[in-house]
Design a protein around this ligand. Structure first.
Ligand code: NAD
Ligand code: TYD
Length: 350
């Protein structure tokens, strides 16, 4: 039986990866290590929490001694590392937290894997989950490939870029077998409503204003989270050591067009008069250092490992909106308490 560590498994993408691995691989023991920050929520995993091949461990990847002991105890065969501070706006108000978790936390995991694997690397893999934001911002033309030079602009993307460099440095220096993937923006169920899609679904539902940064002309490339989880499965098993794989849906949307599309779908689902939800759109002060455009070329992943997105965006966004409308209790749970304070700090003065 293989023992696999998944970090950040109580978060948005991590919970989908944990669910997929626990259900698909009864021969693996899946250990989900998560600090349960504001973004981590065990309610994301209720359907698999009692499975015999699943274990949750609460802990902080910044705590090197704890991480070292956990690796000694569990003797992991593989690591899929998703734990991170992940929200750009929070990285603007508190950059240091991003250095601790994203950089130091990643280095702690690399050190523990290096120590426990002790040059015996056969069958071992350290898989680091990264973002397309490390490549910086595109103009109207161009697309990020695996060869695009890193050019991060936000403290979030700078911390992710730094952690990617450490993963590669540990392979080059110590032979630690690793693989990295850089994915575009994800959308789907269980995403914390500070990110655009769940925040705006929740605000439309509650007739609250929709704070569009700047002119709404920034472009993101959107991928359904469950397709990302499948790509992670494929790369974990088939990805070549030392390689980087870009993951994306070839699905670019200007923010304002995406927001208008969500408004139209919500009007229909909530039986509102056409155009009613769009009236909630409010243009607010732009995000500092706001990257204009991200676009991912995922051709390598398709050609070499055969992965492609399963869902068209139109279907994915409908499914996602349905999920948030049907899971009111989940949304109410995560938007109580500290969330209210965050919301005021982030939006009231904008
Ligand atoms: P998320 O914020 O929803 O979840 C992050 C998880 O990490 C949470 O469960 C949190 O409790 C945990 N965590 C945070 N700090 C920790 C610490 N110090 N120790 C242990 N656990 C800690 O993030 P997400 O959107 O699911 O992103 C997961 C990964 O995927 C991140 O590495 C992110 O950079 C990357 N990524 C995200 C996207 C996206 O669109 N969301 C796109 C590409 C890549
Ligand atoms: P976000 O979901 O925070 O993802 P990222 O910044 O990692 O791409 O934001 C997606 C886009 O939506 C980004 O261009 C910023 C914009 N945005 C808004 O216009 N208003 C908002 O309230 C938020 C959260 C994001």
């Amino acid at each position: 039986m293989k023992t696999i560590l998944i970090t950040g498994g109580a978060g948005f993408i991590g919970s989908h990866v944990v669910r997929l691995f626990v259900n698909k691989y009864p021969g693996y023991k899946i250990v989900n290590l998560d600090k349960l920050t504001y973004a981590g929520n065990l309610a994301n995993l209720i359907d698999i929490e009692n499975k015999t091949n699943y274990e949750f461990v609460k802990g902080d990847i910044v705590d090197s001694e704890f991480i070292q002991n956990l690796f000694e105890e569990k003797k992991f065969d593989g690591v899929i590392h998703l734990a991170a501070e992940s929200h750009v706006d929070r990285s603007i108000s508190n950059p240091t937290e991003f250095v601790f978790t994203n950089v130091i936390g990643t280095v702690n995991l690399l050190n523990a894997a290096k120590h426990i694997w002790n040059n015996n690397f056969t069958g071992k893999k350290f898989y680091h989950i990264s973002t397309d934001e490390v490549y910086g911002s595109l103009g109207e033309e161009g697309i990020f490939t695996e060869k695009t030079a890193y050019d991060p602009h936000s403290p979030y993307s700078a911390s992710k870029a730094s952690s990617d460099h450490f993963v590669r440095a540990y392979l080059d220096t110590f032979g630690l077998p690793s693989v990295i993937s850089n994915c575009s923006n994800n959308y789907g169920s269980f995403q914390f409503p500070e990110k655009l899609v769940p925040l705006f679904i929740n605000n439309i539902k509650n007739n609250k204003s929709l704070p569009v940064y700047g002119k709404g002309e920034n472009i993101r490339d959107w991928l359904w989270v469950e397709d990302h989880a499948v790509a992670i499965d494929v790369i974990f098993h088939e990805g070549k050591i030392g390689e980087t794989y870009n993951i994306g849906g070839f699905n670019e949307w200007k923010n304002i067009d995406l927001i208008r599309a969500m408004c139209r779908i919500m009007d229909r689902k909530l039986k509102r008069i056409a155009g009613e939800s769009e009236k909630l759109i409010t243009y607010v002060k732009d995000r500092a250092g706001h990257d204009l455009r991200y676009a991912i070329d995922a051709t390598k992943l398709k050609n070499e490992l055969g992965w492609e997105p399963s869902l068209q965006f139109e279907e994915g966004i409908e499914k996602t909106i349905d999920w948030y409308l049907e899971n009111e209790k989940w949304m109410n749970n995560v938007t109580s308490g500290d969330y209210q304070k965050y919301y005021k700090q982030q939006y009231v003065k904008r």
